[in-house]
Design a protein around this ligand. Structure first.
Ligand code: CP
Ligand code: NVA
Length: 299
């Protein structure tokens, strides 16, 4: 059956650090020699199920499989029977007879839970409405490389999928994290409870300006996530005052999982400033996922 990654706390703290170390090693090997590590997943195949669009997740997983000597199959919303009548549990069992890993980006978090339950190969969550653990792996790799885990991080914006997995990852590595959201848009209580069980739950506030005082990093994400388009008008009004501008950012580093909606959660000037580490962060999706896949293969 193997291990799956439905959310980042499916890993123990030690396993998370092992995956990050593996990612760093593969990144260094690739920088030295683009062919290094090419055989780790030779003859292995990753099936990639996408119910939502993706740039980084799709390209980094597919490229990562190629770099490790394997192959990836893109399965978009109109490519397979899932979503057109075939249930998840049947898709999971059939696809498991062909591929060595499944990565899935779906709307309902319960769907990736069910996929992992019925699949007989590792299932990796490539984003649900509630979680984005692969993003957290890349975020932690970036923070460890650039600031170290002593950094103080403030999340400014929506307490969404990306934020929720980051809260868990931060608790696992002991990051000092504050989450600043408008009232009613905070992280789910169940996620805060899980973080508290692991280590420390983040501080929470509705005052972004006070929150960033003394911080090293400001992290934001879109206010209107995929599937929330009907809530757009309401959310734009509710998030007034939470935009990351050069003034709010000051000399802090800026993280963003991307894609960014310039003029909403972040200004063009902030995103294009030297403080933004977003391209390093995006690159680390590739390395983090290579580390994850190599590690999963060994379990
Ligand atoms: N950050 C992220 O998951 O980007 P994509 O939606 O482009 O995959
Ligand atoms: N919160 C965003 C993240 C995209 C990678 C969304 O779910 O659309």
């Amino acid at each position: 059956m193997g291990r799956s990654l439905v959310d980042v706390d499916d890993l123990s703290r030690e396993e998370l650090l092992t995956v990050l170390d593996r990612a760093a090693d593969l990144k260094a090997a690739h920088a030295d020699d683009a062919g290094a590590g090419n055989d780790v997943l030779a003859d292995r195949t990753l099936g990639m199920i996408f119910e939502k669009p993706s740039t980084r997740t799709r390209v980094s997983f597919e490229t990562g499989m190629t770099q490790l000597g394997g192959h990836a199959i893109f399965l978009g919303p109109d490519d397979i029977h899932l979503g057109h009548g075939e249930p998840i549990k049947d898709t999971a069992r059939a696809v498991s007879r062909y591929v060595d890993f499944v990565m899935a980006r779906v709307f309902d978090h319960a769907d990736v839970v069910e996929l992992a339950e019925y699949a007989t190969v590792p299932v990796v969550n490539g984003l649900t409405d509630d979680a984005h653990p692969c993003q957290t792996l890349a975020d932690l790799l970036t923070i460890r490389e650039q600031m170290g885990f002593d950094a103080s991080v403030v999340w400014v914006g929506d307490g969404n999928n990306v934020c929720q997995s980051f809260v868990l990852g931060a608790a696992m590595v002991g990051l000092d994290l504050t989450v600043a959201t408008p009232a009613g848009y905070g992280v789910d209580d169940a996620v805060l409870d899980r973080a508290a069980d692991i280590g420390d739950a983040p501080a929470t506030t509705t005052d972004p300006e006070a929150a960033v005082d003394g911080a090293d990093v400001v992290y934001t994400d879109v206010w209107v996530s995929m599937g929330q388009e009907d809530e757009r008008e309401q959310k734009l009004a509710d998030f007034d005052g939470f935009q990351v501008t050069p003034e709010l950012l000051g000399d802090r580093s800026l993280m963003h999982c991307l894609p960014a909606h310039r003029g909403e959660e972040v200004t063009d000037a902030a995103l294009e400033s030297e403080n933004a580490v977003v391209w390093d962060q995006a690159e680390n999706r590739l390395h983090a996922q290579k580390g994850l896949l190599a590690w999963l293969h060994e379990q």
